[in-house]
Design a protein around this ligand. Structure first.
Ligand code: UN1
Length: 518
């Protein structure tokens, strides 16, 4: 199927993609000049992708500067029409692109499709925005003066994306950047370069066919060769990066050093608080999706369950039962809920986190092993059995303070709501959070306007922590990086604000009532 999907997307003869005997065999990858893409479900090489070097990078940047000069002259609603056509192209290729996501990163089919849908949704959102990007008119203190703010295109936007959302996170950035009048330079994860080529080519082809070439560009390469160059490049006023907090700190430091702008969406260590009156059926189903969906590899995955002592045993029992039934296997097969982890390294990380959890007094209640031996057909893949770990009675489990990008759910119990909030907020990350309750006092305490409740960028009531809609601003606090992408007013990150004052009278009137030489 692997080559068939490339063919359906018109990529089988792409100059950047090598297949069959053209793939340089062996690891380590990337070997100089190319990266081999491995199907995480089989462990087999699918294709190789040619990498950029300093010279090709330079060419992309200088061409993008030229493209920006043309694109910024196009009225925003006309830019919106280009994005509308791009959204339609993604609609048309949704199936094939979703399958390519599965092939490269192992998402189950439903989630591969969901990811492309997220791209379609943000394109629609951006089309609407293209007619409403606006700034306020302010009241001037001077007679016959006008004071207002306008928002102008920013320039080149560098987008660094992670493997786990190889299509949608680029789209959150690039569709907004496009209506704002910017050119996007995308550096995708080396674990998902095929999805990047397919998505970027699609957008670029549509825009070019409408007379606007060069607005969507790709640079594919290692962090050392391309990543560091992009981040340090003064010609790129905004770097939007998604990935680990470690990576984000490095990006933040370099970009701050040149006084550029960053938009960081980094790690999460998301928790669900389960109050004693919670609807346990709803909670169990929601937590299952949020904890094992995408094989635990979303920034928004539920990693910690903080349950009231009166319901902790019952919810744990239900979840353990559900985990035992969860179908692990071929991500394209109907009925599979958990596909492979992205790489053999991710399996090692999963296993070593569990070993630490045990050392620290955690008890593995279910899962926690490699799953490749479940059936011969998945024996080559990076499969694991999602795990639930019960923390010791004193809730001390240091490993749970870290984000492990794998399906491990740590369970804690609490007596008072204050205790629950302290546990909840007692981590370095601050992305997504949730409470299950039927009690208004509890949900409002979680959302308290004083800020004393959840300290995260996303707060949900009776929903799991993953699965945000695109219409809200997406991002988080603390080591999650503070950036906001996607909906609401996130577009402001992709434009520059200009405060304008116009004197339409004939008098010199100075602000603050200053008289000068009269
Ligand atoms: C991510 O994991 O980086 O809220 C993004 C969600 C998705 C986006 C996740 N809409 O789970």
């Amino acid at each position: 199927m692997s080559l068939a999907v490339l063919e359906r997307l018109g990529l089988h003869k792409h100059p950047r993609i090598l297949t069959g005997s053209a793939i340089k065999p062996g690891t380590p990858t990337p070997t100089p000049g190319q990266v081999v893409v491995t199907n995480p479900a089989t462990g087999k090489a699918v294709a190789a992708v040619r990498l950029d070097d300093a010279a090709s990078y330079e060419k992309v940047i200088t061409e993008s500067q030229e493209a920006f000069k043309r694109w910024r002259e196009v009225p925003a609603p006309v830019r919106g029409q280009v994005v509308r056509a791009i959204g339609d192209a993604f609609r048309e290729h949704k199936e094939a692109l979703g399958e390519l996501v599965t092939l490269e990163v192992g998402k189950i089919r439903q989630e591969g499709l969901g990811e492309v849908q997220e791209t379609i949704d943000i394109a629609d959102y951006a089309v609407g925005l293209s007619r409403t990007l606006s700034g306020p008119m302010l009241q001037s203190e001077r007679a016959r003066h006008r004071l207002y703010e306008q928002w102008l295109p920013l320039g080149l936007v560098g987008v660094i994306s992670a493997f786990n959302f190889p299509n949608a996170v680029w789209a959150w950035n690039s569709m907004l950047a496009a209506v704002c009048g910017d050119v996007t330079i995308w550096k995708p994860s080396l674990l998902a370069p095929l999805t990047a080529i397919a998505s970027n080519d699609l957008a670029e082809k549509v825009a070019a066919s409408l007379g606007h070439p060069g607005i969507f560009r790709l640079v594919i390469g290692t962090d050392q060769e391309i990543g560091e160059r992009l981040v340090a490049d003064k010609r790129i006023p905004l770097i939007s990066a998604t990935g680990s907090s470690r990576m984000g700190k490095r990006v933040g430091e370099i970009v701050a050093g040149r006084l550029g702008r960053t938009l960081l969406e980094l790690g999460g260590n998301n928790a669900v608080i389960l109050h004693k009156d919670a609807d346990l059926d709803l909670a169990a189903r929601s937590i299952l999706f949020a904890a094992v969906g995408t094989a635990g590899q979303r920034c928004t995955t539920t990693r910690r369950l903080i349950a009231h002592e009166s319901v902790v045993d019952e919810i744990t029992r239900r979840l353990v039962e559900a985990y035992r039934k969860v179908q692990i296997g071929d991500p394209l097969k109907e009925g599979t809920l958990v596909g492979p982890l992205v790489s053999p390294g991710a399996v090692e990380t999963f296993l070593s986190a569990l070993a630490k959890a045990k050392e620290q007094g955690g008890k593995v209640l279910v899962g926690g092993e490699r799953a490749a031996n479940l059936s011969p057909e998945i024996s080559g893949g990076n499969y694991v059995m999602p795990a639930i770990v019960r923390a010791p009675a004193n809730n001390a489990l240091p490993i749970a303070l870290q984000e492990t990008f794998a399906p491990i759910l740590y369970v804690f119990s609490y007596r008072t709501f204050d205790e629950a909030i302290a546990l909840h907020n007692g981590v370095d990350q601050g992305l997504a959070s949730s409470v299950f309750t039927e009690n208004l006092h509890v949900s409002e305490a979680f959302l308290a306007t004083s800020g004393a409740g959840s300290d995260c960028g996303l707060a949900y009531v009776n929903l799991g922590t993953s699965g945000a809609e695109i219409g809200g601003a997406f991002g988080g606090e603390k080591e999650t990086g503070g950036g906001r992408e996607s909906g609401s007013d996130s577009w402001k990150a992709y434009m520059r604000r200009q405060t304008v004052a116009i004197n339409y009278g004939k008098e010199l009137a100075l602000a603050q009532g200053i008289r000068f030489g009269e």
